[in-house]
Design a protein around this ligand. Structure first.
Ligand SMILES: [Fe+2]
Ligand SMILES: [Fe+2]
Length: 139
């Protein structure tokens, strides 16, 4: 994989992060019922985390000489006020994130950029933690 391809896949991750920030903020505002008490803060912190991830990925793209995307991934954000539907769409989103970052990790290891490796690995591990948390929440 060339650096050009790495930039492309980092941009794919950036698009998903921008979408996740949007989706989680939307769900934090729209959730109804007793679950709002716990899930609204959770969604807000996921939105904040996605924005932080986007920032790291954006800077990595610039460092590699690329141009970061400004548009979110176009996968539809489905409006709902139901917490269980939100959790399903959250799990879907975290699964996408974990998949794209696992692909990036493989390519970075081939490239041998230690700084980039460490930065992206932290994000990848955070996605796996979110995924596991969501799985437990949905049991
Ligand atoms: Fe993320
Ligand atoms: Fe995430």
């Amino acid at each position: 994989m060339t650096e050009h391809n790495l930039i492309q896949i980092l941009n794919e991750a950036l698009g998903w992060e921008l979408r996740a920030a949007n989706m989680y903020a939307h769900y934090a505002a729209n959730i109804r019922g007793i679950n709002r008490l716990q899930l609204s803060p959770l969604f807000t912190s996921e939105a904040t985390e996605s924005t932080a991830h986007a920032d790291i990925v954006r800077k990595a793209i610039v460092k590699l000489g690329g141009v970061p995307v400004t548009e979110r991934n176009s996968h539809e954000i489905i409006h709902t006020t139901q917490f269980d539907e939100m959790l399903v769409y959250s799990l879907e989103t975290e699964t996408q994130a974990a998949t794209v970052y696992s692909k990036i990790m493989v390519e970075i290891e081939i490239l041998g950029d230690q700084d980039l490796h460490d930065a992206i690995e932290q994000i990848y591990l955070a996605e796996l933690r979110s995924l596991e948390e969501l799985r437990l929440l949905m049991e």
